[in-house]
Design a protein around this ligand. Structure first.
Ligand SMILES: [Ca+2]
Ligand SMILES: [Ca+2]
Ligand SMILES: [Ca+2]
Ligand SMILES: [Ca+2]
Ligand SMILES: [Zn+2]
Length: 527
């Protein structure tokens, strides 16, 4: 779910002149369908209604599902200003086992506009317009660069060569099974467009045109002891790859964390031999029981299987294991590659293993999670880094014992002081680093870099982060934040209060005009 490279104000050209007139509006959102028949949102293929989505063509169902996602955000963001979303289904990167599901970002960014909370700071256009209380760059079908968000969804998902069997689910009921829930992905992508991203170039550390963005103001490097906007480009580059060191220190997110994240950061603790003993970070699996539910101890045994078309290596666990007698009751240790993680887990479980540890096959830290879904898997599985895997391998001759456990002193996805961890990876992943939460978070969050099958159309910490960057709560959408509004439920941008009693004229008048019949009833007071 990468970010697309967003266009800067210096690059204003009418690249999206093909966009049709608005087709559908959510609450405060307008969707602009950029596909033409027979593709994507305009695909006329007849389809049966699914999961509460009444659309009778593929295109209709896609639009209805996207509209649902915009309605969810619309109901939370309290913006009086229309948010225009250019949306298409396109061919995005894909392979048998991994796919870019979608990508999105703001179309433009602004600074020093009326209502800006921070000077000389970039804001995505939708947030800037909300704060200004007016559409700073009004949408115009003949010049669609003035829209707010550009979102692309992968039209290939579910094809034979693109995660076959896990295509899009357009139902509104979260009943996606092994398919990919479109609404969750759309909520995620819209969030990038609404401001869940940094504009810093993670290849160079440079800020956009030399100015910080509002997201950087809350990106805090715990080792440097400073925010991203207050350090140099070189320091930002170092920070971006500082695994588990970059946190979000906005007050709204921090306040929401204890009620959101569960105690217990999963770890693989090596207990023997002493030379490699210690805690290794792990990536959790989307299938099988979470590590938090059971500590598992045992000897690590390298899986052995055939070198065959299913998996050319003898340690990839892609075929039935040939050393099942050694694996029974032990922790299966296997190399990443060729087949899915679920296939490896099935084979490990069939051999009697009590857990599975996958050693990555590419450099990088922290270890990513293990994607996939199979309710029949009952053993916990994790991924460790290639470097950690190699260290274990070189000690297997003497035997390696380990415990798969959770560190209950730390919330899963927060640092020791309870601030949310951002996704710092080494090497940097330009579409994924920093502009997501660290995937170690549990329960899984909407804005982790990969889609989690257990999300349920909630926005968890994302709304809190939006509050931290300036999407203030404004129940009546009159531009006056709830905490200042002298009539919270009544539109009264002027805040007129003739008698100066702290209650705005608008709501006082409402009380004064209430119909009265007869004399007020006198209720005897109690002693
Ligand atoms: Ca094999
Ligand atoms: Ca208000
Ligand atoms: Ca009001
Ligand atoms: Ca008053
Ligand atoms: Zn994303």
């Amino acid at each position: 779910m990468r970010l697309r490279a967003l266009r800067t104000p210096a690059l204003l050209t009418a690249l999206f002149s093909a966009f049709a007139a608005p087709l559908s509006a959510g609450s405060g959102f307008t969707i602009l369908n950029g596909n033409t028949t027979p593709v994507g949102f305009s695909d006329p293929t007849p389809t049966a209604p699914v999961g509460g989505n009444p659309g009778l063509t593929l295109g209709e169902q896609r639009l209805i599902a996207l509209r649902r996602a915009t309605q969810i955000w619309g109901s939370l963001l309290d913006s009086a200003v229309e948010i225009r979303v250019q949306a298409t289904f396109d061919s995005l990167d894909c392979s048998a086992n991994s796919a870019v599901l979608a990508s999105a970002g703001p179309i433009q960014i602004l600074k020093d506009f009326p209502g800006a909370e921070l000077p000389a700071t970039w804001y995505p256009v939708a947030l800037a317009s909300k704060r200004a209380g007016t559409d700073l760059l009004a949408g115009d079908p003949s010049n669609t660069n003035l829209d707010d968000i550009r979102a692309r969804f992968n039209v290939r998902l579910g094809d034979a060569e693109c995660r076959a069997g896990s295509g899009w689910y357009y139902g509104l009921d979260v009943n996606h099974g092994t398919q990919t829930d479109f609404i969750n992905v759309a909520l995620h992508e819209l969030a990038h467009g609404l401001g869940f991203l940094t504009l810093v170039d993670l290849e160079t550390g440079q800020e956009l045109m030399g100015f910080p963005d509002v997201f950087e103001r809350r990106l805090f490097d715990t080792a440097a002891g400073n925010h991203w906007h207050a350090i140099t480009a070189a320091e930002r580059l170092a920070s971006a790859v500082a695994v588990r060191r970059v946190v979000w220190d906005g007050p709204e997110v921090t306040a929401a964390i204890p009620g959101t994240l569960a105690p217990g950061t999963p770890l693989l603790t090596i207990t023997f031999p002493a030379g490699i003993a210690g805690d290794l970070p792990v990536g959790a699996a989307a299938f099988g029981p979470p590590v938090s539910s059971q500590a598992v101890s045992g000897t690590l045994v390298l899986e052995q299987d055939a070198a065959d078309p299913d998996g050319p290596s003898t340690t990839d666990g892609c075929s039935p294991l040939t050393n099942a007698s050694e694996l029974a009751g032990k922790i299966a240790f296997v190399d990443r590659g060729t087949c899915t993680f679920v296939t490896k887990a099935r084979n490990a479980q069939a051999a009697g293993a009590i857990a599975m540890v996958v050693s990555d096959n590419v450099e990088g830290s922290p270890p990513a999670g293990l994607g996939g879904d199979d309710p029949a898997i009952t053993i916990p599985s994790v991924r460790i880094t290639l470097a950690d895997g190699n260290a274990i391998k070189s000690n297997l001759v003497t035997g390696v014992t380990a415990t798969l456990r959770v560190d209950l002193s730390q919330l899963a996805g927060a640092d020791r002081t309870g601030r949310a961890l951002m996704n710092a990876t080494n090497p940097v992943d330009p579409g994924s680093s920093i502009s997501h939460w660290d995937p170690v978070a549990f329960p899984n969050l909407l804005m982790e870099p990969s889609n989690s099958a257990d999300l349920g159309h909630g926005v968890d910490l994302t709304l809190s982060l939006f509050r931290d960057i300036g999407w203030f709560a404004d129940f009546d959408s009159d531009g006056v934040p709830d905490e200042q509004d002298n009539c919270r439920n009544v539109v009264n941008p002027s805040q007129a209060d003739a008698d100066r009693n702290g209650v705005g004229d608008e709501c006082q008048r409402t009380v004064g005009l209430a119909p009265r019949r007869g004399s007020p009833r006198v209720v005897p007071g109690r002693p």
